[in-house]
Design a protein around this ligand. Sequence first.
Ligand SMILES: Nc1ncnc2c1ncn2[C@@H]1O[C@H](COP(=O)(O)OP(=O)(O)OP(=O)(O)O)[C@@H](O)[C@H]1O
Length: 744
Amino acid sequence: MNAFETELGVQPEIARAVDEMGWLLPTDVQGEAIPMILGGGDVLMAAETGSGKTGAFCLPILQIVHETLRDIQEGNKGPRSGKQASASTAESPVQLSFHDRLHGLAIDTDGLTCQSRDQRIWNGARSTKGVKGKGKYYYEITQTDPNGIARMGWSVPAAQLDLGNDNQGFGYGGTGKKAFGKQFDDYGETFGVNDVVGSLLDLDQMRIRFFKNGKDLGHAFDIPRPLQEKPFFAHVCMKSCDVRVNFGGQPFKSLPSGAVSIDSAPKECVVESQVKGIGSNAAAKQRPPNAPLAIIMEPSRELAQQTSNQIQSFQKYLDNPRVRELVIIGGVAVGEQTRILHQGVDIIVATPGRLDELISSGEIDLTHMRFFILDEADGLLSQGYKDLVMKLHSRMPSVTLDGKRLQMIVCSATLHNFEVKKLADSIMHFPTWVDLKGQDAVPETVHHVICVVDPKKNTVWRGLRNHIKTDDVHLNDQLNFQSDSKDTLSEAVKILKGEFCLQAIERFKMDRALIFCRTKLDCDNLERYFIKQGGGPKVNNHRLSCVCLHSDRNPDERQRNLEKFKANQVRFLICTDVAARGIDVSGLPFVINMTLPDEKESYIHRIGRVGRAERMGLAISFVSTVPEKVWYHTCPNKGKNCHNTKLVEQHGCCKWYTEMTYLADIEEHLGVTISQTDDKMDVPVDEFDGKVVYGERRKQEVSASKGHVDSLAPTVSELVELEKRVQTSFFALRNSRNILAASS
Ligand SMILES: Nc1ncnc2c1ncn2[C@@H]1O[C@H](COP(=O)(O)OP(=O)(O)OP(=O)(O)O)[C@@H](O)[C@H]1O
């Protein structure tokens, strides 16, 4: 048995697949997060790059989704927990029925709180018990949501669940109308958040009236003769609203004289709901095929695909039922995605744009959501998706249809970010931090150095004929290569970095590396330079074989190129920050940063492409000592055919980039001084020197539980010390007693 199964409660079929992947022990973050997620908690997962966060959320989600599907398949269509899991009895209190409801209405396990997140459709539910014959019966609701609209009243079992739309149910709604047989007449007053609305069913007079905050709103309906013999059930329905119901378990705002709560109705008048199991009522629907149980949001297409691949590997032995997952990303035809959606989907892994499109157009139904995961959450927020996240979250029921709470999982290697904390405070439910370091950190398996590029000291650029094509930022400047003008030095840095790149590849005998450039143009120029040296995408065996990955390449090419690189068919992947986060290339030994990113978090993610899964890696960043003028497109077509080399403040599309400032930011954020080298590229000697081969595991294996052992070590030594003192004083006491006894 594998530790995932014995220690973390992962089900055997999944643990078997994990075992086959060579995962013998859970990583620290997996050890902490998996039980929490399986236990139903919201989790903020902050752990270093390459520490196994994807598995930490995919494994438990897959397990719970599978269990839910299996329960449904085995006919356990009702809730898997909660008081209604067993049939209600004559003694059990009245609740809203988990079964006699529309699929878009979520009911909490207490059966008294309900919620619908659908803004277009009225979703309703009836009570588990009704009343019949004689007597006066009363119940109340309180609207707890400021935005939605609720309707309440009474109906007979055959009535539709969107109360008031047929002639079998009687409702009163927040807009100040009473509803029966699709007729909506002015009645009473409007009501909204915090208002307590009551309804009196008078079976002696066959009449219905309503109350608002204790005030009698007057007679509303006479019950027509054909309905008078039928049982009446309390009935609530709503659009995008939260409501709490009181059937008598709590004191009422006002109980009309002669009335009793349904809870206290005499036995002979009580009628049990006959609706057992979702779907057995004509009005209640099964989960629609396009209603997933989980959505994982990823910042890039490649990452979405990679996460989906991981889920597929985990469910190798999970059968009967199979969990259906779907990748939803932009740049590919939407038709195929919607076709698969309507065939049925359980887990969606998606990028934000296309996800929004399909949810807004109603192609994805959020009414059955059980998990909402934001992978690389800070990246999603910095890309401007906060409003989208909030919007989607507000449309998901906070309590799922089987009485479970919607669980949110938010993770990243750089989660210590104000925006993330604000988001967590606003939409997560008492989240637990799984935070092994307490701050953003670089794994100790990543050796990172700065290679200083100083065009005043290294002047080879002055006479170089064949060099990398630069980005033409200085095309309109009359550059004199013998001068040290600001523009000339800026151009010199661009030329020198091309040379430094080739030199680093040579110096460290790099046969595999990810090379990060600042812009798409810089990527294309570097690829061209490699091609000029005989390398490029078409020559697999060349020392400079390479492919490019950035957002101007079409999705097919992007995927092909990443696969080629992962499969070791080319040595270098030249990319923008689109590949900075999450991309996992097994055993990658080297990263080169042609330029430092302007966001400190991106530095941590970029260099975290190496040193994953306990393998060692080296990241080398070229940092200019002088300012470099770079493209910074603010134009509407985002740089396409733009030649405006003026600075942004002069309404142009360029800015001066000072890498030394960015370096200082990164060092401050990480609380470290990063080792530096120069054009000789002698990596400073440290604990790694001579002991590691980049791309391979450390010689001294460190167990997955090292983190725990380290953190417990001081306490353990303190305990040992205390134990020693206790023993010593015990012996001292015994000795002195013996001495006293001997001397007396
Ligand atoms: N328990 C484990 N045992 C061995 N390898 C593991 C284990 N968990 C994950 N891995 C491997 O570690 C690598 C990194 O995992 P993963 O991509 O989940 O990291 P991450 O924490 O999400 O990193 P990032 O922050 O860069 O996205 C992957 O190759 C994965 O297969």
